[in-house]
Design a protein around this ligand. Structure first.
Ligand SMILES: C=CC1=C(C)c2cc3[nH]c(cc4nc(cc5[nH]c(cc1n2)c(C)c5CCC(=O)O)C(CCC(=O)O)=C4C)c(C)c3C=C
Ligand SMILES: [Fe+2]
Ligand SMILES: [Fe+2]
Length: 349
């Protein structure tokens, strides 16, 4: 098989200017899998309210984390591409769901390197399934593949939230940060609206409808973000030898007024010191690469909130980024995808 690899991440604005933020937020939030409202309402909300008010604030936030080479998310994805390329013979390209580089560029770059390309392995850089992350990335790559009539096959690495190689890589990347004394390890995951958890439940009677649903066997787990993030926390905590009272889980980055998954990181951090948690470690496993949501929201603002409310010690634990064990895990995930049947995950309409 003549194979190429595409690593896919979310994407960032081209710069920290307000016009670039507006273009990015418009493309991102007009995605029907992110703001799943009827087109007229989504257009009104996004173009009329969210983008004009949010773009200047987000531009300021991005300025606090931007690197000389560009957005951390994009730069770290490029570094991951390089690190992976050193371990595999197949050409590796990157694509972003929003802005640049786009999927067509990634496909065409692979074709330049292998004109008779037979297969592309797509790696969505999300450990967990959500319609607003993994699903939209895969649907978009498939649409572009179909639109341009490419003759190569497209195979996708499924969500790897409980894969032993990923769990090991995450735990190993955390270990150096857990050597000193702390009261709690907080797993902070990107939040999603509760409605999205209900929507991606194919049974329509399990997720958030059955007591303790995330811990009870169900086919819904294949596409359940809440179950999948919970399993990542459980497995990593077990691997690190933590007891139940040494760790907790919460959800960050809420947008809008609809109910999102709880508890909220933003609400937990200022309350924890009152509950006796004075020294905290925070890790954000829904992200493979550090980005605005980890560096600004958690490393910067989270720390300010925790310390201002009586916390004594706060450490943010970076994402797996380009760690050696993670790159090795990635090689394993790609090898397994090559051997897997053509269609492993069905996407609901
Ligand atoms: C990790 C998976 C992600 C899920 C699930 C997700 C859902 C989701 N996000 C928004 C709104 C925004 N997210 C923003 C930034 C952002 N989101 C993710 C990942 C997931 N989002 C990443 C990696 C980033 C950072 C990008 C970067 O350039 O560093 C933003 C933009 C920034 C801001 O203004 O805060 C918005 C907006 C929704 C509404 C949603 C689920 C419905
Ligand atoms: Fe997001
Ligand atoms: Fe569920």
């Amino acid at each position: 098989m003549k194979t190429g690899i595409i690593l896919m991440n979310l994407g960032s604005p081209d710069s920290t200017s307000v016009p670039d933020l507006k273009a990015y937020l418009k493309e991102f939030l007009m995605d029907e899998r992110v703001i799943d409202k009827p087109l007229w309402l989504r257009t009104l909300l996004v173009k009329g309210i969210i983008v004009p008010t949010r773009a200047p604030k987000s531009a300021e936030a991005y300025k606090t984390i931007w690197w000389e080479e560009g957005s951390p998310l994009v730069v770290l994805t490029e570094r991951l591409q390089k690190a992976l390329q050193e371990k595999v013979t197949e050409p590796v390209e990157i694509a972003m769901r929003y802005r640049k580089p786009n999927p067509k560029t990634a496909y065409d770059n692979l074709l330049k390197k292998i004109p008779d390309l037979e297969e592309v392995i797509l790696v969505p850089l999300y450990p967990h399934y959500a319609m607003s992350s993994w699903e939209t990335a895969v649907v978009y790559m498939k649409e572009i593949h179909k639109k341009h009539n490419y003759s190569f096959q497209l195979k996708t690495v499924p969500p790897f939230y409980k894969h032993p190689a990923y769990i090991n890589a995450l735990a190993e990347s955390m270990k150096p940060h857990l050597q000193d004394d702390y009261d709690q390890l907080l797993f902070s995951y990107h939040g999603i609206p509760e409605r999205h958890v209900l929507k991606t439940d194919p049974t329509k009677q399990h997720c958030m409808q059955v007591d303790n649903c995330c811990y009870k066997a169900s086919e819904s787990h294949l596409t359940c973000y809440r179950h999948q993030v919970t399993m990542t926390s459980e497995l990593v905590a077990k691997k690190l030898g933590l007891k139940k009272n040494q760790w907790a889980q919460s959800y960050q980055s809420r947008l809008g007024r609809d109910p999102w998954l709880l508890p909220s990181t933003q609400e937990r951090l200022p309350n924890l010191p009152k509950e006796g948690v004075k020294k905290i470690k925070v890790v954000c496993p829904s992200f493979i690469s550090d980005c605005l949501e980890t560096l600004e929201e958690i490393e910067e603002r989270g720390k300010e909130d925790f310390i201002a409310n009586g916390g004594e010690k706060y450490e943010y634990i970076p994402c797996v980024n380009t760690s050696e064990t993670w790159v090795n895990a990635l090689v394993q995930l790609i090898e397994e995808a090559k051997d897997a049947p053509y269609e492993q995950m069905s996407i609901q309409k």
